[in-house]
Ligand binder design. Sequence first.
Ligand SMILES: C[S@@+](CC[C@H](N)C(=O)[O-])C[C@H]1O[C@@H](n2cnc3c(N)ncnc32)[C@H](O)[C@@H]1O
Length: 198
Amino acid sequence: MMKIINLHEFPENPYSGELLPNERKHLFQWLIEKNPSIVFEIGTGSGGGSSFYILNALKQLDNNGHLYTFDPYNSKINNLYQNTPYNYLFTYYRFRALDKMPQLLSQNIVPDFIFYDGAEDATLSLMEFQLLEQYVKCGCIFVMHDWIIGERIDGNISEKSTLVRPYVEKSNKWDILNCLESQDESVGLVRIIRNDRV
Ligand SMILES: C[S@@+](CC[C@H](N)C(=O)[O-])C[C@H]1O[C@@H](n2cnc3c(N)ncnc32)[C@H](O)[C@@H]1O
């Protein structure tokens, strides 16, 4: 059942990160709606900012949910969250997602919510997406940042979704639920759901 979180419970974020304010709110709300058991975050980042919303949602949901977060470049998340109420809610792997996820997936640690904000490498992103696709069940939510291909509000161009986006848009396995693309609020944040048609 969906838990209703009041607006005053939307948390102030003490950590740095790369999501825009509107993207943060959506990510948080989508987590609350899904009430996930296992969250994978690909691309922890150094500042712990996006992980904060995942962890805060898991804490508020209080459903024994757990975050597995991957980043090969020495995220500070373990230090940042030491001595906080979130410390026991996550496991950080200093690995590329593609190198660590197979072990977890084969142990039946399969996410029902994925936040993808990882490699600036279109081929690797597609490989990671297609690996997850083999395991996730119907109803799994996949949220991807940097969904806009080409120049965005911040003047940057991201490679991240160059191959994943057309793959998803043609796929009959996924339905697009939301797509934030308005230049004044997002660099592209998409929410898709694994359907049961195939
Ligand atoms: C845009 S940053 C993430 C920002 C973070 N999500 C936030 O909002 O605070 C992308 C991160 O992905 C990491 N990364 C690159 N390749 C990766 C891979 N194959 N698996 C996991 N993380 C990866 C980078 O080291 C970088 O820290």
